[in-house]
Ligand binder design. Structure first.
Ligand code: MN3
Length: 216
C-alpha cells in the first residue's frame, strides 16, 4: 500500500519542507519550525533507517510497515510513526490564506460533524485532552466515513496497535516540541491558531486518495 508520497526506497528520507521556516509566522515561529523539522523529524528518519537496516522492512513502503507494526521492534513503531506523521503534518499546513475543502470533503464533513466549526471543536477537544504527547487526527474510518480521534506518542490510525483505525488525512502534532517556544504550556492557544494554517486543498487530496485506497 502506498497512499501519499512515500515511495519504497532503500533509505527513508524527508521530503523538503514545502515553505520557508518563517512562512507560518505568527502562528508557528521560525525557530520552532527549524528545530521541529531538522532535529525532531530528522531524528525519527535517522532512527527509522537504523531500525530497518538489514531487515526485509528496508524494501517496504512505510504504510505497509505501519499497518502491521505490532510485529516489529518498538523503534519501528516510534520512528516509523514519527516520520509518517510529520510528513503528513508539514503537507497539511500552508501560509496560503483561506484554502477551501473540495465539495466532496465538505459534504463528508457535513455528514459526519454537521459543519466545519463542529469538526474543529471536536478535533480540538481530542487534541486538548490527549494527556502527554501525541496526535489528534481527522481520518477516514473503515466504513469510509470521517471521524476524529487522538493517539499517544507517534502512533496513528494506520497502525494495527491504534484504538482508532483508518487512513489519516489531517493530523495535529500535540507534542510540546510543536508549540512550547511560542505558546509554553498553552496548548489551547496553539490549537486555536493552527486552524489559520490548514491546507484544505491538501486535506481534500488526502481524502480522495484515502477513499481510492479503501476501494482497493
Ligand atoms: Mn513533532
Amino acid at each position: 500500500m502506498i497512499i501519499f508520497s512515500t515511495n519504497v526506497k532503500a533509505q527513508f528520507t524527508q521530503e523538503p519542507l514545502p515553505y520557508a521556516y518563517d512562512a507560518l509566522e505568527p502562528y508557528i515561529d521560525a525557530r520552532t519550525m527549524d528545530i521541529h523539522f531538522n532535529r525532531h523529524h530528522a531524528g525519527y528518519v535517522k532512527n527509522l533507517n537504523n531500525a530497518v537496516s538489514g531487515t526485509t522492512l528496508e524494501k517496504m513502503s512505510l504504510e505497509d510497515i505501519l499497518v502491521n507494526v505490532s510485529q516489529y521492534d518498538v523503534a519501528v513503531r516510534n520512528n516509523g510513526g514519527g516520520h509518517y506523521n510529520h510528513q503528513l503534518f508539514w503537507a497539511i499546513l500552508t501560509p496560503e490564506k483561506n484554502t477551501q475543502p473540495s465539495t466532496e470533503l465538505n459534504n463528508a464533513i457535513t455528514s459526519a460533524f454537521g459543519n466545519m466549526d463542529e469538526l474543529k471543536a471536536k478535533l480540538n477537544k481530542e487534541a486538548a485532552s490527549r494527556f502527554g504527547s501525541g496526535w489528534a487526527w481527522l481520518y477516514v474510518n473503515e466504513n469510509g466515513g470521517l471521524a476524529v480521534c487522538s493517539t499517544p506518542n507517534q502512533d496513528n490510525p494506520l497502525m494495527d496497535v491504534s484504538s482508532c483505525k483508518g487512513i489519516p488525512i489531517l493530523g495535529i502534532d500535540v507534542w510540546e516540541h510543536a508549540y512550547y517556544l511560542n505558546y509554553q504550556n498553552k496548548r489551547g492557544d496553539y490549537l486555536n491558531a493552527i486552524w489559520s494554517l490548514i491546507n484544505w486543498k491538501e486535506v481534500s487530496r488526502n481524502y480522495e486518495l484515502a477513499l481510492q485506497e479503501q476501494k482497493k
